[in-house]
Design a binder for this molecule. Sequence first.
Ligand code: PLP
Length: 413
Amino acid sequence: MRKIYLDYAATSPLDARVRRVMNATSFGNPNSLHAFGQEAQRTLDAARTAVAGLLGAESREVIFTGSATEANNAVLRGIVGAVRENADGTRRDALPKIIISAIEHESVYETARALEKSGAVECVIIPVDEHGTVDIKKIEKVLDDRTILVSVMYVNNETGSVQPIVKISELIKGFRNSKLQKPNNKQTQNYGTKYPLFHCDAVQAFQYFDCDVNALGVDFLTLSAHKIYGPKGVGVLYIRNKEGITDSERQKDIIPIITGGGQEFGMRSGTQNVPGIVGFSEAATSAVAMREKNAEKMCVLKKKTFDLIRDAYPRAELNGGRKDEGSPHIMNVWLPGIPSELLLIQLDQEGIAVSGGSACHARAPRPSRTVAAMHGDARAKESVRISFGRGTTFADVRALGRILREILGRYSS
Ligand code: PLP
């Protein structure tokens, strides 16, 4: 049976060229002083420079991590830890606040909730509209002098909805500027005018959208290698540096969550995974080179797929906007009356891999939290995510349409 993979938002295969480059990387420890170490250090530096270039950042602003999950934890826990260490903790009215959207990936959502549970922060969760988009006015309403961090993802991993990142960063900049106008305010003094900072999880966006950190206006940005045909277990955290800031000053602003040998400018200890990092850099470079061409192809595939699904099951509806909106590689479809778990199993038996919720639920069959946030639990339980990638062909999509017609026909009749 021919297998058809339509779950690229969960992960992508390692690109053959990326694998070759990784295999050719020397084994040395970049922190060793001898020639083997120096070679590894040069390789690491080159990869960091390349990734920084793709983000419009400086090399020292790019921190390699063990995953995007780790990078997201590093931002949330690092900022909260720094604020608690530096601020006057005796003032209960000054409990720091973080704002996230209701559709953040678990690595942001659960981390924010855990921080709130521990009593370290108040966490405000901003709802989304029926297209899966965060309402900026709702963020504006809850921004205050206690807010230290806003975290909103660029492209949602379950529906592909695209968030207004530039508008949110402008709102935050405006708020910070307004703080400068009232420097004697008690609470402003408590946290300082640099807050709130803005974090964006761009894991699903990088492949198809420009992620220039200055154009986006973000203070932190997260990426993951395995969503862009790189290796698993490699992430990037971009941290905006104030001009002239030293490594130790930076660690007062964002406390490292992994301490030890002080690698990655003290921000993430542990011997760097040089082959993995090289793989990231190679994968990211080709993702940017192919961005436009691939986006065009995915748009056509997405449209075609939805038309075929509608032919097979006319009651089908998109979750997250119309078919020409959202990221080109992800579509989420509601099939009223069809339990998604059952459909996933039936499709899998036919060799087709799609998904229900996010793949990051450690195999627990939970419906999509994002679709539930948009339309409620019942619809989430009848929705599937189909995501496309470089390997997807029109023949794959036609095969999906044919098999869906067979399966769904049983429900229609
Ligand atoms: N953020 C988003 C939007 C994701 O889609 C994912 C993975 O699904 C992650 C973060 C976590 O990435 P990683 O597997 O590198 O921890």
